[in-house]
Every structure is written in structure tokens, then in C-alpha cells.
Design a binder for this molecule. Structure first.
Ligand SMILES: Nc1ncnc2c1ncn2[C@@H]1O[C@H](COP(=O)(O)OP(=O)(O)O)[C@@H](O)[C@H]1O
Ligand SMILES: [Mg+2]
Length: 240
């Protein structure tokens, strides 16, 4: 579904990604783990068109989308739940979700039943149902993170890019977010998950890639990486 080949990208003269290759098959949950500053966010931004690549290829459903502007990539069905909590603070929870579906009405993607999908999101994120009419800016950090995920899902995406959905959350909420991710996986949503909680990400994923200084240093089935001594030492600590 998503294929990245030899992706090179950066900011201005600073090259951050030095030739990244990865693949996410339809219905798969793939995780990209790595330390702070390794280039995880930059990888997702380059895939979704927010950063223009210097070279390399990004393919969505076998179509080359490299270098297309972000809005057009969204129209093709790529949803990006960005790092941090990018919600519209002055709009209600419900209006934020409605906006997530907006792109369905501009491109050639199936429009579907927005109202039914909204209900589905409120089922998946009960905290959002309770706060449906509340302004997004007044939600807690964890709730805003959930809203950002739910809004991305309102696109009915072919692929969902999730950038550190657990960032800055209390442990109980981190657990809740991972439960939601595993439910999304059960419903066969294709996902690329970036996480600093490497152990939790590898527990839920099918396949994993380790990013080190803008290069993939190892990859494999998630269970295999979870037991890899080098990966354990660098990213999982000994207690896990
Ligand atoms: N907007 C930006 N402008 C310049 N450099 C950036 C920008 N965003 C990130 N970087 C740099 O790119 C590198 C990778 O960052 P990032 O992709 O955010 O890593 P990660 O998400 O793995 O923590 C870092 O050295 C960071 O300082
Ligand atoms: Mg990041």
C-alpha cells in the first residue's frame, strides 16, 4: 500500500534522511522506532508531502506521489496525525471531526456516510463522545491527541500515519491509546506508527523498522525486533 524507496530529505541545506526504504502492506501495522532526533517525524512529513524530498520515491497504492503537495496526497487517502496536538482549538470536538472528513468531498474518494463514521469515532473514543460539544482547545492534552487521531481517521484513509500518539500522556492514557491502535489494527486499517515507546509499539505492530541518524539500521517482524539484543539494549532497556 505504501512503499518508500531511498528517500533523501531535510530542511534547507541540512540533510536529515539519508536514503530511507520501507514498506507498509495493506492492512498491516508497521512501526518506526528510534531515538529523539533520528528523523522519524521528518520521515512522516516527507511521506505526506509536508517536506519535499531531495530524491527517492514514495508510492501509495502503486502510484508515485513523490513531490506532490500535501493536500493532493491527502486527497489520495493518506491521513497524517501529526506530532503534538494539532486540533482547531476554537472549534468543537464534533466540528474538528467533521473537518477531518472534508477532503472526502473535494477529491475522487468515496464520500460515504460521514454521520455514521462520526458515530463510529465517538464509539472508538468514548472520551470524545462525552465532550462532543466542548471546544477542542479546552480538552486535556490526552484528549486532544485522541481528537487528532480521530480526525485523521475521518478521512477514511488508505494509510494512516501516526506520529507519537502517546507523547506527553499520563500512563493510563498511553495504555488507552495503544488499545485504540490495536482495535484499529483489528479493523485492518493500514498504519505507519512512529513511537518512542518502542516496546509497546513492537508489541502491537506486525513489522518494525529502527531509524538511527536518518538511516534504517535494522528491520524485521516486530516480534523478532522485540527480541533482538541490540534493539533491546538501545531502545527497550533491560527491564522490558
Ligand atoms: N523544521 C526543521 N528545521 C530544521 N531542522 C529540523 C526541523 N525539524 C527537525 N529538524 C532536525 O531534523 C532532525 C530530525 O528531527 P525529527 O524528524 O523531528 O526527529 P524525531 O521525530 O525522530 O525526533 C533533528 O536533528 C532536528 O533538529
Ligand atoms: Mg518526532
Amino acid at each position: 500500500m505504501l512503499t518508500v524507496e531511498n528517500l533523501v530529505a531535510g530542511y534547507g541545506k541540512v540533510q536529515v534522511l539519508h536514503g530511507i526504504s520501507l514498506e507498509v502492506q495493506k492492512g498491516q501495522l508497521v512501526t518506526l522506532i528510534g531515538s529523539n532526533g533520528a528523523g522519524k517525524t521528518t520521515t512522516l512529513r516527507t511521506i505526506s508531502g509536508m517536506v519535499s524530498p531531495i530524491s527517492g520515491t514514495v508510492k501509495l497504492a502503486d502510484q508515485v506521489i513523490t513531490g506532490e503537495p500535501a493536500y493532493r496526497i491527502t486527497r489520495r487517502g493518506m491521513a497524517h496525525s501529526p506530532e503534538g496536538r494539532r486540533v482547531f482549538p476554537a472549534l468543537s470536538v464534533e466540528d474538528n471531526l467533521q473537518l477531518g472528513a472534508f477532503t472526502r468531498f473535494t477529491g475522487s474518494r468515496p464520500k460515504g456516510d460521514t454521520a455514521a463514521d462520526l458515530e463510529r469515532m465517538l464509539d472508538l473514543f468514548p472520551r470524545l463522545r462525552e465532550r462532543r460539544q466542548q471546544l477542542a482547545g479546552t480538552l486535556s492534552g490526552g484528549e486532544q491527541q485522541m481528537l487528532a487521531m480521530a480526525r485523521a481517521l475521518m478521512l477514511n484513509p488508505e494509510v494512516l500515519l501516526l506520529d507519537e500518539p502517546s507523547m506527553g500522556l499520563a500512563p493510563k492514557l498511553v495504555e488507552e491509546v495503544f488499545q485504540i491502535i490495536s482495535r484499529l489494527k483489528e479493523s485492518r486499517i493500514t498504519m505507519l506508527l512512529v513511537e518512542q515507546f518502542a516496546a509497546a509499539a513492537l508489541d502491537v505492530a506486525d513489522y518494525g523498522y529502527v531509524l538511527e541518524n536518518g538511516r534504517i539500521s535494522s528491520s524485521g517482524p516486530a516480534a523478532q525486533l522485540r527480541n533482538d539484543p541490540a534493539v533491546r539494549a538501545a531502545y527497550l532497556g533491560t527491564a522490558h
